[in-house]
Write a protein that binds this ligand. Structure first.
Ligand code: ADP
Ligand code: MG
Length: 321
């Protein structure tokens, strides 16, 4: 069984950044408004995340680290309408099978926190101290599978993948404060704010000059965010963030719609910097194409393409006049 979970873990836990992604999603699912992430040596040595979300009841802790015991999806019907971010019920179990994990949590009803820890080889429970919320410490990723550990890249490379997931989460969740430190040096702090200020805070000097703010709606479809003016539209693969219902996506339909909008105002359409949030009814999009991937499938991709392209063209035209 341990072997099976290690194999399955490979699907979810490819590198430190995969752990970071799952833990951030769990914290946001738990309603956190403050998330602190500490990484040591690119996350290879330690990933330590603390949130102020709802916490986990002490008697539920063993379930939280049991494969498929806790999936937030409870029926096929629910699977069709995934609105919560996590839905596989196996991230913690997978991570725990390839790393040392300590999970410390306290919910509203508890007088103190409880922690469980697998570093001795079996799960040890312990009364512990801590505020309402959850702290998860994942150390020495792949300590028990040295062959896999060898595939990890340099600290700098692993760190940049972790930061990418941190940035994606921060952009989409301005209602939550985020902080990040690496090797005990604080590298980012984003206080609670509105989405526009969050984009400015996160992009910093990467925010294009004269950024164009998008805010367009047609029926139940809404597109808000930031695009750059056509004259500074150049390839910026590092500043391209698209979200559908708060979930980061890389999607052909979305990309093509963006390119189409710029093609009208540029002779040779380059890829502009953008941060865009598309909101649509949950039935309109299937996010479950592959849980670990960033693909989606629209029920009506033609209509979606048209909406996005038109919304962006309008935003570009308004700025031009
Ligand atoms: P999933 O998110 O798909 O349910 P996970 O393995 O990621 O599966 O998490 C297992 C369970 O542990 C969650 O369903 C949730 O009940 C609990 N959990 C995990 N992280 C947190 C957290 N940060 N705050 C509160 N509960 C959490
Ligand atoms: Mg999860």
């Amino acid at each position: 069984d341990h072997l099976i979970s290690q194999i399955a873990a490979g699907e979810v836990v490819e590198r430190p950044a995969s752990v970071v992604k799952e833990l951030l999603e769990n914290a946001l699912d738990a309603g956190a408004t403050d998330i602190r992430l500490r990484l040591v040596e690119g996350g290879k040595t330690l990933i330590d995340i603390t949130d102020n979300g709802c916490g986990i009841a002490a008697d539920q802790l063993p379930l939280a680290i049991t494969r498929h015991a806790t999936s937030k999806i409870r029926s096929l019907d629910e699977l069709e309408h995934v609105e919560s971010m996590g839905f596989r019920g196996e991230a913690l179990a997978s991570i725990a099978s390839v790393a040392q994990m300590r999970l410390t949590s306290r919910n509203d009803d508890a007088h103190h926190a409880t922690s469980i820890d697998n570093s001795s080889g079996t799960w040890q429970h312990q009364a512990s101290s801590g505020e309402v919320g959850t702290r998860i410490e994942v150390s020495h990723l792949y300590y028990n599978t040295p062959a896999r550990r060898k595939f990890l890249k340099t600290d700098g490379t692993e760190l940049s993948h972790c930061v990418e997931h941190f940035t994606r989460a921060a952009l989409a969740n301005p209602h939550c404060a985020f902080s990040l430190s690496h090797n005990d040096k604080v590298s980012a702090f984003y206080p609670v704010t509105d989405w526009q200020t969050r984009i400015q805070d996160v992009l910093g000097k990467n925010l294009p000059e004269h950024a164009i703010w998008v805010n367009q709606a047609v029926g139940e479809l809404q597109l808000v965010g930031m695009i750059c003016p056509p004259d500074v539209a150049r390839a910026r693969a590092d500043t391209q963030y698209a979200y559908i219902n708060q979930r980061f996506v890389r999607d052909k339909v979305v990309n093509h719609a963006i390119r189409t909008a710029y093609a009208d105002v540029l002779h040779h359409a380059r890829f502009p910097a953008y941060v865009l949030f598309l909101d649509c009814p949950a039935q309109g999009v299937d996010v479950n194409v592959h849980p670990a991937k960033t693909e989606v499938r629209f029920r009506d991709s033609g209509a979606m393409h048209q909406f996005i392209a038109n919304a962006l063209k309008k935003s570009l035209a308004q700025t031009a006049s």
